[in-house]
Write a protein that binds this ligand. Structure first.
Ligand code: AP5
Length: 214
């Protein structure tokens, strides 16, 4: 299965990806996680990305495209992958298409998790991640267990200001990717409002109609 999760910030892409990759046995490739790792490691790529991310802006295409295309060319992606947060611009989608065509493989599905803007701020500002296990929690919707509380991380871009910049970028830069995949017959729209289990059921149902191509 080669698939993409698209959706606004806080739609639940990471939450759902963590569950779905277990079902499909494919790697979860989050461009946001890769960039945060680069920032934490202080690499040149991380130094370039850090300022854009903190402000809720997109990291330039020329930085992100090479990073993700190189990642999906690795051996563990030979039988599939789940992209989360990439592509999020039209040039990124076109670059991915070209890279897959060069490798003679094709995408199987693009899942769009739809959540209204009004719900996004609370989801994003209440998010906490466990750096030890990678688990994503929410202070209200998915409360962390007491033993994890001391080590939880609050992302630098999970502020109200950065969240509204991220939403604006999503509507301006990422929504044009949706008709790109709709035109290819790959798009599955899923309602992202409800509990994570309910959303997972909807995604699983949408993916049942997908025939993996290669
Ligand atoms: P990235 O890390 O990709 O952030 P994002 O797309 O804004 O998505 P999030 O990680 O915020 O949300 P999510 O949909 O994964 O939600 P989650 O499951 O955590 O990117 C960060 C930055 O990196 C970008 O702003 C940009 O600067 C840069 N970047 C990354 N990729 C790039 C690219 N391709 N090009 C250029 N720049 C790039 O859930 C959120 C919260 O809600 C959690 O607390 C969770 O517990 C809770 N929750 C989840 N589901 C539900 C539910 N059903 N009900 C209630 N609560 C829920």
């Amino acid at each position: 299965m080669r698939m993409i999760l698209i959706g606004p910030p806080g739609a639940g892409k990471g939450t759902q990806a963590q569950r779905l990759v277990q079902t499909f046995g494919i790697p979860h490739i989050s461009s946001g996680d890769m960039l945060r790792e680069a920032v934490a490691a202080g690499t040149l790529l991380g130094q370039t990305a850090a300022g854009f991310m903190k402000e809720g802006l997109l990291v330039p295409d020329e930085v992100v495209i090479g990073m993700v295309i190189e990642r999906i060319a690795r051996e563990d992606c030979a039988r599939g992958f789940m992209l989360d947060g990439f592509p999020r611009t039209r040039p990124q989608a076109e670059a991915l298409d070209e890279a897959l065509a060069r490798a003679s493989v094709a995408l199987d599905a693009v899942v769009l998790i739809e959540v209204p803007d009004a719900l996004i701020l609370e989801r994003v500002t209440g998010r906490r991640s466990d750096p030890q296990t990678g688990t994503i929690y929410h202070l209200r919707f998915s409360p962390p267990p007491p033993e994890a509380e001391g080590r939880l991380v609050h992302r630098a871009d999970d502020t109200a200001e950065a969240c509204s910049a991220r939403l604006e970028k999503y509507h301006r830069e990422t929504t044009p990717v949706v008709p790109f995949y709709e035109g290819k017959g790959l798009l599955k729209r899923v309602d992202g409002v409800g509990s994570p289990d309910e959303v997972l059921l909807r995604i699983s149902a949408a993916l049942q109609t997908v025939q993996t191509a290669n």
